[in-house]
Design a protein around this ligand. Structure first.
Ligand SMILES: NC(=O)c1ccc[n+]([C@@H]2O[C@H](COP(=O)([O-])OP(=O)(O)OC[C@H]3O[C@@H](n4cnc5c(N)ncnc54)[C@H](OP(=O)(O)O)[C@@H]3O)[C@@H](O)[C@H]2O)c1
Length: 262
């Protein structure tokens, strides 16, 4: 199994680093292609076993899976660049380009006699530490190819196959959601410093608390309110804090932010 990643920026680089630490593929079977060399050099210094190149055509030659991780406005020119080098339908195309529909991708990579297997996927940047929540949707893929792409993303976090019409909402929750969760963390750290902790200690306290809260929910499968009930003593300090946050519009602000990000 060989994987080519076209675009070695935030997302392409994070995918490469996450996959390189996974048991899905060996780092030496990953090739990242990027326009400039600066990001490739940074990637190489993080993991010298990953192959890098500025030649997209060379990257896709012999690859089983090609992951497109370029900005939306570069997608067409990349498709034109690699189209004639691709060995379709043998190779699987996976696009993480936000907003690029399966219809657009199929138009870019299909020919009169070949309709390739294409996946539209939205990982988040936690893929670099193998903790992504990745949403994906297939086009013209057989079950074995769906299983293969599910295994790829499960090796770097968790994945969920969804209908394409939920992609933009899923992007708001999981991709923009990384930033939203971090903004809560930043606010809590600032609160911790105001209450007397050094910033480094406040950051550790908040980050581990948020990680623990998420792990509790993932492991138990409980609704958040069930776990909240366990820490809210009647008349206690937690419920006072929660009610003050709600009075300031906490839940409403989160939902409104998600909806405008869609
Ligand atoms: N960041 C996220 O959380 C996230 C989540 C899900 C999906 N996405 C999607 O992932 C895609 C990439 O986003 P990003 O944040 O990684 O952007 P980025 O950091 O700007 O990375 C894009 C990379 O593509 C390279 N590139 C440009 N033209 C190229 C070409 N013709 N051939 C090969 N490489 C080329 C750029 O290289 P140079 O810098 O050298 O020009 C850059 O390193 C976007 O479509 C975005 O919607 C991002």
């Amino acid at each position: 199994m060989k994987i080519a990643i076209i675009g070695g920026g935030n997302m392409g680089g994070a995918i490469a680093l996450g996959l390189a630490q996974s048991n899905f593929i060996s780092p030496s079977d990953i090739t990242v292609s990027n326009r400039g060399t600066e990001k490739l050099n940074a990637l190489k210094s993080s993991n010298p076993s990953i192959h890098t190149t500025t030649d997209n055509k060379a990257a896709v030659e012999g690859a089983d899976i090609i992951i497109l991780a370029v900005k939306p406005w570069v997608l067409d020119s990349v498709a034109i660049d690699i189209r004639n080098t691709l060995d379709l339908p043998k190779q699987i195309i996976v696009s993480v380009v936000a907003g690029a529909t399966l219809e657009r991708l199929a138009g870019l990579f299909s020919s009169a006699d070949t309709i390739p297997a294409i996946f539209r996927a939205i990982p988040n940047t936690a893929i670099a530490v193998r903790q992504s929540m990745t949403l994906f949707t297939p086009y013209n893929a057989v079950p074995e190819q769906v299983d293969c792409i599910r295994a790829l993303f499960d090796s770097v976090g968790k994945s969920l196959l969804i209908e394409e019409n939920l992609m933009t909402a899923g992007t708001a929750l999981c991709s923009c959601g990384t930033a939203f969760a971090m903004r809560y963390i930043r606010a809590a750290v600032e609160g911790g410093v105001e209450m007397g902790f050094y910033p480094k200690d406040a950051a550790l306290l908040v980050e581990q608390t948020v990680k623990g809260a998420a792990e509790l929910l993932l492991h138990s499968g409980n609704h958040p309110e069930v776990e909240i009930d366990k820490v809210t003593t009647p008349g206690g300090i937690t419920i006072k804090g929660l009610n003050e946050m709600e009075a300031a519009g906490f839940s409403s602000a989160v939902i409104r932010g998600l909806k405008v990000s869609k």
